[in-house]
Design a protein around this ligand. Structure first.
Ligand SMILES: [Zn+2]
Length: 157
């Protein structure tokens, strides 16, 4: 357990945000283990930063990290409870290419209209996705602002 924890490098300011968001080290480790196992990683070529996600239960965790020797530097992590419904991606009305690449397909992510579900409500949202494997990309802003707001509105209904 302590051995595993050592592989993550998290600065104090990042750690403080994670604590506020209720994201634990084991949640982050879980995302990285899943990413390494499956190769499901997005990469930003200029910075070399990687972004990966996993959904162990009802919450989806996203982690932006960099590989440094045998360790992982954690730049940010965030989560959402809104469920991603895979396989329903449609082309977005606005065409936009992102500076993130799907490493599996070697394709740049493009804006797509994807289906999300929360508390029995489904809706379409324009967010980046891989045009080849259709995996979607939730940015920190989308998770902590747009999705969090929608989750709250549905809970308050
Ligand atoms: Zn892909």
């Amino acid at each position: 357990m302590a051995e595993e924890g050592k592989r993550l490098q998290i600065d104090a300011d990042v750690e403080a945000v994670l604590e506020k968001r209720g994201i634990r080290r084991e949640d982050i480790q879980g995302v990285i283990d899943f990413a390494e196992e499956t190769g499901n990683v997005y990469v930003q070529p200029e910075t070399g930063h990687c972004l990966a996600y996993s959904t162990p239960a009802t919450t989806t965790y996203w982690v932006e990290f960099g590989r440094e020797g045998g360790t992982y530097r954690i730049y940010r992590a965030y989560s959402h409870r809104m469920e991603i419904l895979h396989g329903f991606n449609m082309p977005a009305r606005k065409q936009q290419t992102m500076d993130w690449t799907c490493t599996k397909c070697d394709r740049k992510l493009e804006l797509a209209t994807v289906k999300l579900k929360y508390m029995e409500e489904t809706f379409g949202v324009d967010i980046p996705a891989c045009p080849s494997c259709q995996r979607i990309f939730v940015s920190e802003e989308d998770a902590t602002q747009r999705m969090a707001l929608a989750e709250k509105m549905l809970e308050d209904k």
